[in-house]
Design a protein around this ligand. Structure first.
Ligand code: 5AD
Length: 453
Protein backbone atom coordinates (compact mmCIF):
# COMPACT_ATOMS: atom_id res chain seq x y z
CA UNK A 1 0.00 0.00 0.00
CA UNK A 2 2.93 2.32 -0.26
CA UNK A 3 3.59 2.63 -3.97
CA UNK A 4 3.36 6.24 -5.13
CA UNK A 5 3.16 7.43 -8.72
CA UNK A 6 3.70 11.15 -9.31
CA UNK A 7 2.63 12.75 -12.57
CA UNK A 8 3.96 16.22 -13.25
CA UNK A 9 2.43 18.88 -15.50
CA UNK A 10 4.02 22.16 -16.53
CA UNK A 11 7.37 23.77 -15.92
CA UNK A 12 10.77 22.74 -14.57
CA UNK A 13 9.84 24.22 -11.23
CA UNK A 14 7.00 21.71 -11.01
CA UNK A 15 9.37 18.89 -11.93
CA UNK A 16 11.71 19.98 -9.23
CA UNK A 17 8.87 20.13 -6.68
CA UNK A 18 7.79 16.61 -7.64
CA UNK A 19 11.32 15.37 -7.23
CA UNK A 20 11.56 16.90 -3.76
CA UNK A 21 8.19 15.35 -2.81
CA UNK A 22 9.45 11.98 -4.09
CA UNK A 23 12.62 12.30 -1.99
CA UNK A 24 10.64 13.17 1.14
CA UNK A 25 8.23 10.27 0.55
CA UNK A 26 11.08 7.84 0.06
CA UNK A 27 12.62 8.93 3.33
CA UNK A 28 9.27 8.11 4.93
CA UNK A 29 9.27 4.57 3.55
CA UNK A 30 7.10 5.05 0.46
CA UNK A 31 8.15 3.57 -2.86
CA UNK A 32 8.16 5.80 -5.91
CA UNK A 33 7.03 3.81 -8.95
CA UNK A 34 7.11 4.62 -12.66
CA UNK A 35 4.09 2.56 -13.61
CA UNK A 36 0.80 4.23 -12.89
CA UNK A 37 -1.04 0.92 -13.15
CA UNK A 38 0.64 -0.53 -10.11
CA UNK A 39 0.41 2.39 -7.69
CA UNK A 40 -1.59 2.72 -4.48
CA UNK A 41 -1.28 6.49 -4.41
CA UNK A 42 -1.36 8.83 -7.39
CA UNK A 43 -0.27 12.43 -7.02
CA UNK A 44 -0.89 14.88 -9.84
CA UNK A 45 1.42 17.87 -9.57
CA UNK A 46 -0.42 20.44 -11.62
CA UNK A 47 0.02 23.56 -13.74
CA UNK A 48 -2.32 26.55 -14.05
CA UNK A 49 -0.48 28.74 -16.51
CA UNK A 50 -2.96 28.00 -19.30
CA UNK A 51 -6.46 26.57 -19.22
CA UNK A 52 -5.39 23.55 -21.24
CA UNK A 53 -2.92 22.50 -18.55
CA UNK A 54 -5.65 22.62 -15.92
CA UNK A 55 -8.11 20.73 -18.11
CA UNK A 56 -5.57 17.98 -18.75
CA UNK A 57 -5.04 17.38 -15.04
CA UNK A 58 -8.76 17.55 -14.28
CA UNK A 59 -9.42 15.02 -17.05
CA UNK A 60 -6.75 12.73 -15.70
CA UNK A 61 -8.02 13.03 -12.13
CA UNK A 62 -11.57 12.23 -13.26
CA UNK A 63 -10.34 9.18 -15.10
CA UNK A 64 -8.10 7.96 -12.28
CA UNK A 65 -10.88 8.44 -9.73
CA UNK A 66 -12.52 5.38 -11.36
CA UNK A 67 -9.82 3.31 -9.69
CA UNK A 68 -11.39 4.10 -6.36
CA UNK A 69 -14.50 2.20 -7.39
CA UNK A 70 -12.41 -0.95 -7.70
CA UNK A 71 -10.10 -0.15 -4.83
CA UNK A 72 -11.55 2.13 -2.14
CA UNK A 73 -8.14 2.40 -0.51
CA UNK A 74 -6.58 4.00 -3.55
CA UNK A 75 -5.48 7.57 -2.75
CA UNK A 76 -5.64 10.39 -5.30
CA UNK A 77 -3.97 13.72 -4.61
CA UNK A 78 -3.76 17.00 -6.50
CA UNK A 79 -0.71 19.09 -5.72
CA UNK A 80 0.81 22.36 -6.80
CA UNK A 81 -0.44 25.27 -8.85
CA UNK A 82 -3.96 24.15 -9.72
CA UNK A 83 -4.48 22.96 -6.15
CA UNK A 84 -3.46 26.44 -5.01
CA UNK A 85 -5.55 28.18 -7.65
CA UNK A 86 -8.77 26.27 -7.14
CA UNK A 87 -8.49 24.85 -3.63
CA UNK A 88 -11.39 22.94 -2.13
CA UNK A 89 -13.52 24.01 -5.12
CA UNK A 90 -11.81 21.19 -7.00
CA UNK A 91 -13.81 18.77 -4.90
CA UNK A 92 -17.02 19.94 -6.57
CA UNK A 93 -15.84 18.63 -9.90
CA UNK A 94 -13.71 15.83 -8.45
CA UNK A 95 -15.40 14.50 -5.30
CA UNK A 96 -13.14 11.45 -5.19
CA UNK A 97 -9.95 13.39 -4.64
CA UNK A 98 -8.47 12.68 -1.19
CA UNK A 99 -5.75 15.25 -0.96
CA UNK A 100 -5.31 18.83 -2.19
CA UNK A 101 -1.96 20.42 -1.38
CA UNK A 102 -0.88 23.89 -2.49
CA UNK A 103 2.51 25.19 -3.59
CA UNK A 104 3.69 26.17 -0.11
CA UNK A 105 2.88 22.81 1.47
CA UNK A 106 4.69 20.20 -0.61
CA UNK A 107 6.74 19.20 2.44
CA UNK A 108 3.53 18.21 4.24
CA UNK A 109 2.65 15.54 1.69
CA UNK A 110 4.29 12.64 3.64
CA UNK A 111 2.39 13.53 6.84
CA UNK A 112 -0.87 13.91 4.97
CA UNK A 113 -0.48 10.56 3.24
CA UNK A 114 0.36 8.94 6.57
CA UNK A 115 -2.79 10.50 8.05
CA UNK A 116 -5.00 9.35 5.20
CA UNK A 117 -3.66 5.83 5.46
CA UNK A 118 -4.09 5.81 9.23
CA UNK A 119 -7.71 6.88 8.78
CA UNK A 120 -8.20 4.01 6.35
CA UNK A 121 -6.59 1.55 8.75
CA UNK A 122 -8.89 2.77 11.49
CA UNK A 123 -11.77 1.93 9.18
CA UNK A 124 -13.14 5.44 8.93
CA UNK A 125 -16.35 5.15 7.00
CA UNK A 126 -16.83 8.70 5.87
CA UNK A 127 -14.41 9.90 3.22
CA UNK A 128 -11.48 11.62 4.87
CA UNK A 129 -10.07 14.47 2.87
CA UNK A 130 -7.25 16.83 3.43
CA UNK A 131 -7.07 20.26 1.82
CA UNK A 132 -4.12 22.54 2.63
CA UNK A 133 -3.43 25.56 0.49
CA UNK A 134 -2.32 27.89 3.26
CA UNK A 135 0.68 30.17 3.00
CA UNK A 136 3.69 29.25 5.07
CA UNK A 137 6.59 31.50 6.01
CA UNK A 138 9.88 29.96 4.91
CA UNK A 139 8.26 27.45 2.53
CA UNK A 140 10.79 28.43 -0.16
CA UNK A 141 13.38 26.58 1.93
CA UNK A 142 11.55 23.27 1.89
CA UNK A 143 12.35 22.24 -1.70
CA UNK A 144 15.84 20.85 -1.16
CA UNK A 145 15.95 17.03 -1.17
CA UNK A 146 16.86 15.25 -4.39
CA UNK A 147 16.20 11.84 -5.83
CA UNK A 148 19.10 11.21 -8.18
CA UNK A 149 19.03 8.45 -10.74
CA UNK A 150 22.12 6.30 -10.84
CA UNK A 151 24.88 8.46 -12.36
CA UNK A 152 22.70 11.53 -12.78
CA UNK A 153 24.70 14.36 -14.24
CA UNK A 154 22.27 17.29 -14.28
CA UNK A 155 20.04 18.70 -11.55
CA UNK A 156 17.63 21.55 -10.88
CA UNK A 157 18.08 23.66 -7.78
CA UNK A 158 15.26 25.90 -6.57
CA UNK A 159 16.58 29.30 -5.46
CA UNK A 160 13.37 31.25 -5.07
CA UNK A 161 9.60 30.95 -4.99
CA UNK A 162 6.85 33.26 -6.16
CA UNK A 163 6.83 36.45 -8.17
CA UNK A 164 5.85 40.06 -7.51
CA UNK A 165 5.76 41.25 -11.11
CA UNK A 166 2.02 41.18 -11.84
CA UNK A 167 2.18 40.59 -15.56
CA UNK A 168 -1.41 41.14 -16.68
CA UNK A 169 -1.80 37.66 -18.21
CA UNK A 170 -0.18 35.59 -15.50
CA UNK A 171 -1.68 33.44 -12.74
CA UNK A 172 1.70 32.65 -11.14
CA UNK A 173 1.65 35.40 -8.47
CA UNK A 174 -1.58 33.79 -7.28
CA UNK A 175 -0.41 30.19 -7.48
CA UNK A 176 3.12 30.70 -6.21
CA UNK A 177 2.67 33.65 -3.89
CA UNK A 178 5.03 36.51 -3.09
CA UNK A 179 8.62 36.44 -4.20
CA UNK A 180 10.82 34.75 -1.55
CA UNK A 181 14.45 33.72 -1.92
CA UNK A 182 16.38 30.95 -0.25
CA UNK A 183 19.53 31.83 1.67
CA UNK A 184 22.58 31.84 -0.58
CA UNK A 185 24.62 29.61 1.76
CA UNK A 186 21.91 26.96 1.68
CA UNK A 187 21.77 26.96 -2.12
CA UNK A 188 25.55 26.76 -2.42
CA UNK A 189 25.67 23.87 0.05
CA UNK A 190 23.00 22.04 -1.92
CA UNK A 191 25.03 22.49 -5.13
CA UNK A 192 28.17 21.23 -3.36
CA UNK A 193 26.32 18.15 -2.15
CA UNK A 194 24.98 17.50 -5.61
CA UNK A 195 28.51 17.81 -6.99
CA UNK A 196 29.68 15.26 -4.41
CA UNK A 197 26.96 12.92 -5.64
CA UNK A 198 28.18 13.23 -9.22
CA UNK A 199 26.11 16.10 -10.61
CA UNK A 200 28.07 18.26 -13.05
CA UNK A 201 25.45 20.67 -14.38
CA UNK A 202 23.14 22.79 -12.24
CA UNK A 203 20.10 24.71 -13.44
CA UNK A 204 19.08 27.36 -10.93
CA UNK A 205 15.31 27.75 -10.87
CA UNK A 206 13.00 30.58 -9.93
CA UNK A 207 10.10 32.53 -11.40
CA UNK A 208 12.23 35.64 -11.67
CA UNK A 209 15.81 34.68 -10.88
CA UNK A 210 17.20 38.09 -11.77
CA UNK A 211 15.46 39.39 -8.62
CA UNK A 212 17.04 36.69 -6.46
CA UNK A 213 17.87 37.92 -2.94
CA UNK A 214 17.17 41.56 -3.72
CA UNK A 215 15.67 42.14 -0.29
CA UNK A 216 18.10 39.90 1.58
CA UNK A 217 21.53 40.83 0.23
CA UNK A 218 23.24 44.04 -0.78
CA UNK A 219 24.90 44.69 -4.09
CA UNK A 220 28.64 44.39 -3.74
CA UNK A 221 30.66 46.48 -6.15
CA UNK A 222 27.67 46.82 -8.51
CA UNK A 223 27.09 43.08 -8.49
CA UNK A 224 23.51 41.90 -7.85
CA UNK A 225 22.82 39.07 -5.38
CA UNK A 226 21.92 36.80 -8.31
CA UNK A 227 25.33 37.29 -9.92
CA UNK A 228 26.97 36.81 -6.50
CA UNK A 229 25.19 33.46 -6.34
CA UNK A 230 26.40 32.56 -9.84
CA UNK A 231 29.96 33.42 -8.76
CA UNK A 232 29.72 31.09 -5.80
CA UNK A 233 28.30 28.19 -7.78
CA UNK A 234 30.95 28.81 -10.42
CA UNK A 235 33.59 28.32 -7.72
CA UNK A 236 32.42 24.77 -6.82
CA UNK A 237 35.06 22.49 -8.34
CA UNK A 238 32.75 19.53 -9.14
CA UNK A 239 30.24 21.69 -10.99
CA UNK A 240 31.18 22.11 -14.63
CA UNK A 241 28.19 23.94 -16.05
CA UNK A 242 25.60 26.43 -14.81
CA UNK A 243 22.27 27.37 -16.35
CA UNK A 244 19.30 29.24 -14.96
CA UNK A 245 15.66 29.93 -15.73
CA UNK A 246 13.84 32.31 -15.91
CA UNK A 247 15.31 35.79 -15.87
CA UNK A 248 13.25 38.94 -16.49
CA UNK A 249 14.51 41.46 -19.08
CA UNK A 250 14.08 44.20 -16.48
CA UNK A 251 16.61 42.59 -14.15
CA UNK A 252 19.07 41.60 -16.89
CA UNK A 253 21.60 44.29 -16.01
CA UNK A 254 25.19 44.87 -17.06
CA UNK A 255 26.64 42.82 -14.20
CA UNK A 256 24.82 39.73 -15.48
CA UNK A 257 25.87 40.41 -19.04
CA UNK A 258 29.47 40.83 -17.90
CA UNK A 259 29.21 37.56 -15.93
CA UNK A 260 29.07 35.75 -19.27
CA UNK A 261 32.53 37.08 -20.00
CA UNK A 262 34.14 35.94 -16.76
CA UNK A 263 32.26 32.94 -15.30
CA UNK A 264 33.53 30.12 -17.45
CA UNK A 265 30.92 27.62 -16.29
CA UNK A 266 27.98 29.82 -17.20
CA UNK A 267 26.69 28.27 -20.41
CA UNK A 268 26.12 30.54 -23.38
CA UNK A 269 22.41 29.76 -23.52
CA UNK A 270 19.96 32.35 -22.28
CA UNK A 271 16.23 31.84 -21.94
CA UNK A 272 14.90 35.40 -22.03
CA UNK A 273 11.09 35.71 -22.15
CA UNK A 274 10.03 38.39 -24.63
CA UNK A 275 6.23 37.77 -24.54
CA UNK A 276 5.59 40.40 -27.23
CA UNK A 277 7.62 42.54 -29.59
CA UNK A 278 5.10 45.37 -29.55
CA UNK A 279 5.68 48.16 -27.04
CA UNK A 280 1.97 48.81 -26.89
CA UNK A 281 1.24 45.19 -25.96
CA UNK A 282 4.18 45.03 -23.54
CA UNK A 283 2.65 48.00 -21.73
CA UNK A 284 -0.76 46.34 -21.68
CA UNK A 285 0.90 43.20 -20.33
CA UNK A 286 2.54 45.26 -17.60
CA UNK A 287 5.97 44.15 -18.77
CA UNK A 288 8.28 47.06 -17.88
CA UNK A 289 10.67 47.12 -20.87
CA UNK A 290 10.56 48.09 -24.53
CA UNK A 291 11.44 46.11 -27.64
CA UNK A 292 14.47 48.33 -27.99
CA UNK A 293 15.72 47.54 -24.49
CA UNK A 294 15.16 43.83 -25.07
CA UNK A 295 17.10 43.98 -28.34
CA UNK A 296 19.88 45.82 -26.53
CA UNK A 297 20.25 42.99 -23.99
CA UNK A 298 20.44 40.43 -26.79
CA UNK A 299 23.03 42.49 -28.69
CA UNK A 300 25.10 43.14 -25.56
CA UNK A 301 25.12 39.44 -24.72
CA UNK A 302 26.17 38.58 -28.28
CA UNK A 303 29.00 41.10 -27.98
CA UNK A 304 30.27 39.35 -24.83
CA UNK A 305 29.64 35.88 -26.27
CA UNK A 306 29.27 35.85 -30.08
CA UNK A 307 28.26 32.21 -29.90
CA UNK A 308 25.34 32.89 -27.53
CA UNK A 309 22.17 30.81 -27.94
CA UNK A 310 18.80 32.35 -27.14
CA UNK A 311 15.41 30.97 -26.32
CA UNK A 312 12.25 32.80 -25.35
CA UNK A 313 8.59 32.69 -24.35
CA UNK A 314 6.03 34.44 -26.55
CA UNK A 315 2.32 34.91 -26.08
CA UNK A 316 0.35 35.41 -29.29
CA UNK A 317 -3.17 36.80 -29.23
CA UNK A 318 -2.96 38.86 -26.05
CA UNK A 319 -6.19 40.93 -25.88
CA UNK A 320 -6.06 43.80 -28.36
CA UNK A 321 -3.08 42.41 -30.32
CA UNK A 322 -3.48 43.82 -33.84
CA UNK A 323 -1.87 42.71 -37.09
CA UNK A 324 0.70 45.50 -36.63
CA UNK A 325 1.46 44.44 -33.07
CA UNK A 326 1.99 40.88 -34.20
CA UNK A 327 4.15 42.06 -37.09
CA UNK A 328 6.39 43.80 -34.52
CA UNK A 329 6.66 40.53 -32.61
CA UNK A 330 7.42 38.58 -35.76
CA UNK A 331 10.06 41.05 -36.79
CA UNK A 332 11.84 41.06 -33.42
CA UNK A 333 11.50 37.29 -33.13
CA UNK A 334 13.26 36.95 -36.47
CA UNK A 335 15.92 39.50 -35.60
CA UNK A 336 16.81 37.78 -32.33
CA UNK A 337 17.37 34.55 -34.23
CA UNK A 338 16.11 32.30 -31.47
CA UNK A 339 17.48 28.80 -31.26
CA UNK A 340 14.52 27.66 -29.21
CA UNK A 341 11.18 29.22 -28.24
CA UNK A 342 7.98 28.40 -26.42
CA UNK A 343 5.07 30.05 -28.21
CA UNK A 344 1.79 30.19 -26.31
CA UNK A 345 -1.66 31.17 -27.43
CA UNK A 346 -3.06 33.60 -24.90
CA UNK A 347 -5.33 31.79 -22.45
CA UNK A 348 -7.75 33.68 -20.21
CA UNK A 349 -6.87 33.15 -16.54
CA UNK A 350 -9.68 34.14 -14.22
CA UNK A 351 -8.49 36.58 -11.59
CA UNK A 352 -5.78 38.17 -13.74
CA UNK A 353 -6.18 41.74 -15.06
CA UNK A 354 -6.04 40.70 -18.71
CA UNK A 355 -9.02 38.39 -18.27
CA UNK A 356 -11.19 41.50 -17.96
CA UNK A 357 -9.95 43.15 -21.15
CA UNK A 358 -12.22 43.60 -24.13
CA UNK A 359 -10.84 42.76 -27.56
CA UNK A 360 -10.04 39.12 -27.03
CA UNK A 361 -8.38 37.72 -30.14
CA UNK A 362 -10.23 34.90 -31.94
CA UNK A 363 -8.75 31.42 -31.66
CA UNK A 364 -8.09 30.96 -35.37
CA UNK A 365 -6.04 34.15 -35.45
CA UNK A 366 -4.02 33.02 -32.43
CA UNK A 367 -3.38 29.73 -34.17
CA UNK A 368 -2.29 31.49 -37.37
CA UNK A 369 0.18 33.70 -35.47
CA UNK A 370 1.39 30.70 -33.52
CA UNK A 371 2.16 28.87 -36.77
CA UNK A 372 4.01 31.86 -38.24
CA UNK A 373 6.40 31.93 -35.27
CA UNK A 374 6.83 28.17 -35.16
CA UNK A 375 7.80 28.13 -38.83
CA UNK A 376 10.33 30.90 -38.23
CA UNK A 377 11.73 29.03 -35.25
CA UNK A 378 12.18 25.89 -37.29
CA UNK A 379 14.08 27.83 -39.94
CA UNK A 380 16.29 29.51 -37.35
CA UNK A 381 16.96 26.25 -35.60
CA UNK A 382 17.83 24.47 -38.84
CA UNK A 383 20.10 27.33 -39.82
CA UNK A 384 21.90 27.16 -36.48
CA UNK A 385 22.28 23.39 -36.67
CA UNK A 386 23.66 23.59 -40.20
CA UNK A 387 26.45 25.87 -38.96
CA UNK A 388 27.39 23.24 -36.38
CA UNK A 389 28.15 20.49 -38.90
CA UNK A 390 31.90 19.93 -38.94
CA UNK A 391 32.52 21.85 -35.71
CA UNK A 392 33.75 20.27 -32.51
CA UNK A 393 31.48 20.95 -29.53
CA UNK A 394 32.07 20.47 -25.83
CA UNK A 395 29.49 17.91 -24.73
CA UNK A 396 28.57 16.86 -21.22
CA UNK A 397 27.86 13.13 -21.42
CA UNK A 398 24.56 12.46 -19.64
CA UNK A 399 23.98 8.76 -20.33
CA UNK A 400 22.57 6.26 -22.82
CA UNK A 401 20.22 7.75 -25.43
CA UNK A 402 16.53 6.79 -25.28
CA UNK A 403 16.85 4.07 -27.87
CA UNK A 404 19.82 2.60 -26.05
CA UNK A 405 21.89 2.69 -29.25
CA UNK A 406 24.54 5.08 -28.06
CA UNK A 407 25.00 7.97 -25.67
CA UNK A 408 23.54 11.43 -25.39
CA UNK A 409 24.66 14.71 -23.99
CA UNK A 410 24.25 18.42 -24.55
CA UNK A 411 26.38 21.17 -25.93
CA UNK A 412 26.86 24.34 -23.91
CA UNK A 413 24.19 25.84 -26.20
CA UNK A 414 21.80 23.15 -24.93
CA UNK A 415 21.67 21.21 -28.20
CA UNK A 416 21.11 17.47 -27.75
CA UNK A 417 23.88 15.36 -29.28
CA UNK A 418 23.88 11.62 -29.95
CA UNK A 419 27.18 9.80 -30.34
CA UNK A 420 28.95 6.54 -29.61
CA UNK A 421 30.72 6.61 -26.26
CA UNK A 422 31.67 4.57 -23.28
CA UNK A 423 29.89 4.34 -19.96
CA UNK A 424 33.01 5.62 -18.22
CA UNK A 425 32.52 8.99 -19.90
CA UNK A 426 29.19 9.73 -18.21
CA UNK A 427 29.62 13.02 -16.35
CA UNK A 428 32.66 14.03 -18.43
CA UNK A 429 32.99 16.99 -20.75
CA UNK A 430 34.15 15.59 -24.07
CA UNK A 431 34.81 17.05 -27.53
CA UNK A 432 32.35 15.76 -30.13
CA UNK A 433 32.57 16.58 -33.83
CA UNK A 434 29.13 17.10 -35.35
CA UNK A 435 28.61 14.99 -38.47
CA UNK A 436 24.95 15.48 -39.29
CA UNK A 437 21.91 17.19 -37.82
CA UNK A 438 18.13 17.10 -37.68
CA UNK A 439 15.93 19.92 -36.35
CA UNK A 440 16.02 18.54 -32.83
CA UNK A 441 19.22 16.48 -32.57
CA UNK A 442 22.88 16.65 -33.56
CA UNK A 443 24.75 13.45 -34.39
CA UNK A 444 28.49 13.38 -33.79
CA UNK A 445 31.67 11.50 -33.10
CA UNK A 446 33.89 11.64 -30.05
CA UNK A 447 37.25 13.27 -30.61
CA UNK A 448 39.30 11.64 -27.91
CA UNK A 449 42.80 10.61 -28.78
CA UNK A 450 43.60 7.27 -27.19
CA UNK A 451 40.16 6.82 -25.64
CA UNK A 452 38.26 3.73 -26.49
CA UNK A 453 34.80 4.47 -27.88
N1 5AD B 1 -1.69 32.52 -21.63
C1 5AD B 1 -0.71 32.03 -22.42
N2 5AD B 1 0.54 31.93 -22.01
C2 5AD B 1 0.85 32.30 -20.76
N3 5AD B 1 2.01 32.31 -20.10
C3 5AD B 1 1.80 32.78 -18.86
N4 5AD B 1 0.50 33.09 -18.71
C4 5AD B 1 -0.11 32.81 -19.89
C5 5AD B 1 -1.44 32.94 -20.36
N5 5AD B 1 -2.42 33.43 -19.61
C6 5AD B 1 3.28 31.90 -20.70
C7 5AD B 1 4.30 33.05 -20.66
C8 5AD B 1 5.26 32.58 -19.61
C9 5AD B 1 5.20 31.09 -19.76
C10 5AD B 1 5.70 30.30 -18.63
O1 5AD B 1 3.82 30.84 -19.95
O2 5AD B 1 4.94 33.13 -21.92
O3 5AD B 1 6.56 33.09 -19.80
Amino acid sequence: MNRVFIKTYGCQMNERDSEAVAAMLRARGYRIVNDENTCDVMLLNTCSVRDMAEQKAIGKAGHVAQKKKRNPRFILGILGCMAQNRGAQLLDALPDVDLIVGTQKFHQVPDYLDNLRAAQEAGTVLPTRIVDIAEEAGSQNTIREHVLEERQVTAFVSIQQGCNMDCAFCIVPKTRGDERSRPMDQIVRECEELADRGVREITLLGQIVTSYGRRDYTHTGGVTPFVQLLERVNAIPGIKRIRFTSPHPRGFKDDLIAAYGRLEKLCEYVHLPLQSGSDRILRAMNRPYTRERYRQIVDDLRRVRPDMYFSTDIIVGFPGETTEDFEQTRELFDACNYDMAYVFKYSIRTGTPAAELADQVPDDLKEERNQVLLRLLEQNSDRRNATLVGTTQEVLVEGPDKKGVGYMGRTRGNRIVHFAANERLIGELVPVTIKRVSTAVLYGELELAGVER
